[in-house]
Design a protein around this ligand. Sequence first.
Ligand SMILES: NC(=O)c1ccc[n+]([C@@H]2O[C@H](COP(=O)([O-])OP(=O)(O)OC[C@H]3O[C@@H](n4cnc5c(N)ncnc54)[C@H](OP(=O)(O)O)[C@@H]3O)[C@@H](O)[C@H]2O)c1
Length: 238
Amino acid sequence: MSVQNKTILITGASKGIGRSLALLLASKRANLSLVARSEIELLSLKAEIEVLGSKAEIFVGSVGDESFVKETVASTLKSFGKIDSVVNNAGFGVFKQAADILTEEWDSIYETNVKGTFLFCREAIPHMKLEGEGHIINVASDVAKRVFDGGSLYCSSKYAQDAFSMALRKEVRKDGIKVSVVYSGLVDTYFHSKVEGDPHQSEYLTSQDMANAISYILEAPKHVVIDELMIHPMSQDY
Ligand SMILES: NC(=O)c1ccc[n+]([C@@H]2O[C@H](COP(=O)([O-])OP(=O)(O)OC[C@H]3O[C@@H](n4cnc5c(N)ncnc54)[C@H](OP(=O)(O)O)[C@@H]3O)[C@@H](O)[C@H]2O)c1
């Protein structure tokens, strides 16, 4: 199914996977609603998308902020008339021994990785139900299915995001709404480094690999749903 003229809302669009996905979908003429906290990066992404001949609205704020999420969904509907897909991609990690995790770190990971996903689903789904179709894609991680020493906070947030997604899938399939989850291994983004293209990340997946995978999920025919997609670089054991 073509994404041309579809409205796709992407969180965490200012860099990494979200940014690459936005550019790929713009090249396929999707209308984009782009969310992140970094205004300068979103403005330059919007300009690049417009050069490609596509439309983008940007929304600067945190995915854990309920009123911001409500306004973003309402403004997207006003600009584009509907929301065909939401890609809940915003996320970050804190890797520490459980005894060293600060309460603020715990809260901010859960606000972004779990509550942000919940809020965008809650606000978008009623509109998708009215349309009788829609697609939620939640970018989790392979650590939604495995844990490691130092991963109690990040892994538990991704398990929670995944469990939420699996239950949601059971709720909304009858309404024609697809729920897909992407479980990825290591990706060369700002997640593990201050730069994309860090030589230490040369064997990781690229953000373009991830964009291609997510675009493939979005473009499945109407009667097909890719419920789960697990993806790794060949250099990483799983
Ligand atoms: N890189 C990996 O190895 C890897 C592996 C598995 C899964 N993932 C998952 O992939 C997703 C994307 O990460 P990435 O690798 O592309 O990392 P990234 O390059 O650091 O990008 C993260 C994006 O999330 C946004 N973001 C973070 N907190 C936010 C908040 N509270 N509100 C709104 N936007 C927020 C950031 O924008 P601002 O800072 O401008 O807000 C940025 O656009 C995450 O969910 C991550 O858990 C990554």
